[in-house]
Design a protein around this ligand. Sequence first.
Ligand SMILES: [Cu+2]
Length: 143
Amino acid sequence: MKRLIFLFTFFLFISSQNVSAHIEVSNSWARLVPNGMGALYFDIQNSHSESDILIRASSPNAKSVMLHETQRKDNITSMKHLMMGIKIPENKNLSLKPGSFHIMLSGLDKGLKLGDKIEVLLEFKNNENITLYPTLKIKPPKL
Ligand SMILES: [Cu+2]
C-alpha cells in the first residue's frame, strides 16, 4: 500500500511539473496502402528554445506503430526504425513526409477506407502528449 501511495504521489509530482506546450502539430494525413499498412505524415513546429524528441506514437486503430525514416543509398530505398525517436530541433519546423520521416502503421483495423479518420497519440520528451485524427488518403492533400 505504501508503495502505491508513493507511486501515486510521484505521479502527481510528475503531472504537476508544468510541461509547457511548445510543440504544435499540423497538416496531418495518413496514407492507406494495401495489406493493412499505412503511413502517417504531419508538420511539427517546435517554438521552444530547446530541442524536443518525438519518443513514440500509438494508435487504437493499428497493431503496430513505429517511427521510421526512408533512406536512399545507392538507388536502394529502405526504411530505418528510429528507436531513439525523432529529434525536433529548437525553433524549427520539421516535416514528416513521403520519402523522409514518417510514422509507420501496420495491422490497421479491417474495414477502414479512404476518407476515414484514425486516432494517433504522439508522446514527446518535453511536451504533453498530442492526439491526432488524420484522414486516410492515397495522395498528399494539396496544401
Ligand atoms: Cu516506414
